[in-house]
Design a protein around this ligand. Structure first.
Ligand code: AMP
Length: 401
């Protein structure tokens, strides 16, 4: 196994990269497809480093609009308009994976697109992503691709129950998923999610879920962050913390797999690999996001280089930064539910030691909508988790003071 200590950048492989090596320096114009909070935090990192940022979004009132130099509002598949926008950019990246691949390919005729649209193609479809994992020998949940009710019954017979049926495309935060506990529920699951292609996964009785954010540069060098341990509520990430509190061998395996997945996909940029850690210590890939990830937000406060600065460095062909973590950290998501008792009490939250606040500038706090996050740094990860969740409870006004 290739082990790289956290913080160190693994040098580029010896073979010369076929990619053009032009470094995109501060002052240049970076384009981002998508106007959400990931684009906003990318823009903050890029602006701080002296770049101009132009965002392409389907909505004018998007989090990135508060931070970018320019927002182009339009459809993500309006190829003609996108090609025009691309003329003014030095590089294009994206902050969500469901960018139409054809549009990304069209823009690639005009401007470097990083990661390559092929990475989007592989990761925006669970069936293709699983085929990639199997082909390259990365462990994942047992699964079958199903395209009809009969195929679903055959897959259930092969994998057993419980299992989880997932639409192959456009799933996130548990959307487009159905857990099937009994054979009597198979047809209802197909009615809910078919007839689009789906993937049936055997249920993984995991000990915990972790994720690894990693970056890969234009020269093939990689830099891998510490794994985060992730706790979900109602299928949405609730709290991420690092260090993950797992045996070193498990962390090393996850980091090594993430690094090799980025290399095998040919990513230039940042990606996150989510894993299940089984009770017997196996590390199985759940899914890959070819962009910075919610579980990596704690890198902003806790690491020498944040995942967003790392994305800027990678797509610009700059050297990757150190991923060294400076203190144990925990991040608690702030969903729209936190506004249920009125405007949250930010002063109370920020009185908790080591806590910082990031709000995404969204105006409508709908339940389940990611509005921001709190990060706590502390001497131990247990204290960081306790302080992040305490701060959130205080903000939500739902705990005794
Ligand atoms: P996903 O959208 O695929 O990341 O799934 C959302 C969440 O559902 C995961 O973070 C897990 O908590 C749970 N989950 C998904 N697939 C499985 C599986 N095969 N076995 C057990 N839990 C799963």
């Amino acid at each position: 196994m290739v082990r790289s200590p956290v913080g160190k950048v693994t040098p580029a492989p010896a073979a010369p990269s076929p990619l053009p090596a032009r470094v995109i320096l501060p002052g240049a114009v970076l384009g981002v497809m998508g106007g959400g909070q990931l684009g906003a935090m990318f823009a903050m990192a890029a602006k701080r480093m002296g770049y101009r940022v132009e965002v392409i979004s389907d909505s004018e009132d998007c989090p990135s609009a508060h931070h970018a130099d320019r927002v182009h509002v339009g459809a993500y598949d309006d190829t003609r308009k996108l090609e025009q926008i691309a003329q003014a950019l030095d590089v294009l990246t994206f902050e969500f994976e469901n960018v139409p691949v054809d549009a990304a390919r069209a823009m690639q005729e005009v401007v470097p697109v990083r990661p390559d649209p092929l990475v989007l193609f592989t990761t925006q479809d669970r069936a293709r992503e699983k085929a990639f994992l199997v082909e390259h020998g990365f462990g994942c949940a047992p699964h079958r691709v199903v395209r009809s009710q009969d195929e679903l019954h055959a897959a259930v017979a092969a994998l057993g129950l419980p299992a989880v049926l997932k639409t192959a495309a456009f799933g996130y935060d548990g959307k487009g998923q159905r857990k099937i506990e009994h054979s009597s529920a198979v047809d209802a699951a197909w009615e809910a999610l078919g007839p689009e292609a789906c993937v049936l996964e055997g249920w993984v009785d995991f000990d915990c879920e972790i994720s690894v954010v990693a970056a890969r540069g234009l020269d093939g060098a990689t830099a891998v962050f510490e794994p985060s341990r992730n706790a979900h509520r109602h299928h949405i990430l609730d709290v991420s913390s690092a260090p993950a509190g797992l045996p070193q061998a498990v962390c090393d395996t996850a980091r090594d797999m993430a690094s090799r997945i980025l290399a095998n996909l040919g990513v230039v940029g940042v990606a996150c690999v989510e894993f299940f850690v089984t009770r017997d210590g196996r590390v199985l890939v759940n899914e890959i996001a070819p962009r910075p990830h919610n579980s990596g937000h704690l890198t902003i406060a806790a690491c020498e280089t944040s995942q967003f600065e790392q994305q800027v460095r990678a797509v610009c062909g700059l050297p990757l930064g150190s991923t060294q973590q400076l203190a144990p950290a925990a991040m608690a998501n702030l969903l729209g539910d936190c506004w249920a008792n009125g405007e949250p009490d930010w002063a109370a939250a920020l009185a908790v030691p080591g806590v910082s606040l990031m709000l995404y500038g969204k105006s409508d706090p709908r339940p389940g909508r990611k509005m921001g996050h709190l990060t706590a740094l502390a001497p131990t990860v247990e204290e960081a988790i306790a302080n992040a969740t305490k701060a959130r409870g205080l903000a939500r006004r739902d705990v005794d003071r």
